[in-house]
Design a protein around this ligand. Structure first.
Ligand code: ZN
Length: 189
């Protein structure tokens, strides 16, 4: 076997789950690149992301949150249809407004009421390369927006108002800027 730096398209499949990257990890601030090829390695990554998402009790998980700089996310909003994965997702339409107490697996212990669009249409590929267009409302729409933000290197901290942001920064400082806390919060994204 060759040694040296792993190829960018060789995802780590040695473990069944991945460590969720926490606030302060620079990978969370970097925009992810499109997925170029739907292959077996990607399918393995998706399986590991499903396991990681469920272990953390998350409703959604972006690849960047496990340190993979590729545009895909998994989700399950507990409507008996999941888990699902969307590859190269793009938000193509939004409307309405909905306030939801949003959490993030990369920001353990933080949750804030954030207003975002209520209806969200996402266009993406499934794992077989089929184009899919899904309209989600409320929690599902929120997952689409939150995870797509992750793929753009944007954390929900950037969606907070001034007072919420101050409170968030204080909490993060008290936690030592993102010291891991075990487990996640149900419905964290
Ligand atoms: Zn998140």
């Amino acid at each position: 076997m060759p040694t040296g730096a792993p190829d960018a398209d060789q995802y780590d499949d040695r473990v069944a789950t991945h460590t969720i990257r926490l606030f302060g990890d620079p990978v969370l601030k970097r925009p992810a690149a499109p997925v170029a090829e739907l292959n077996g390695a990607l399918a393995k990554l998706v399986d590991a992301m499903y396991t990681t998402m469920y272990e953390a009790h998350g409703a959604g998980l972006a690849a960047t949150q496990v340190g993979v700089q590729r545009r895909l996310f998994t989700y399950d909003v507990q409507d008996e249809t999941g888990p699902h994965v969307l590859v190269n997702p793009e938000i193509v339409a939004t409307s309405g407004e909905w306030v939801y107490e949003e959490g993030c697996l990369s920001l353990p212990g933080l949750a804030f009421e954030i207003a975002r669009p209520k209806f969200v249409t996402v266009q993406a590929l499934d794992l077989d390369g089929n184009e899919v267009v899904i309209e989600g409302d409320e929690l599902l729409g929120r997952v689409f927006l939150h995870e797509t933000d992750h793929l753009d290197g944007v954390l929900m901290l950037e969606r907070l108002d001034r007072d919420q942001r101050k409170e968030a920064m204080r909490t993060l400082r008290e936690q030592g800027m993102g010291v891991p806390t075990p487990g996640g919060r149900l419905h964290a994204l």
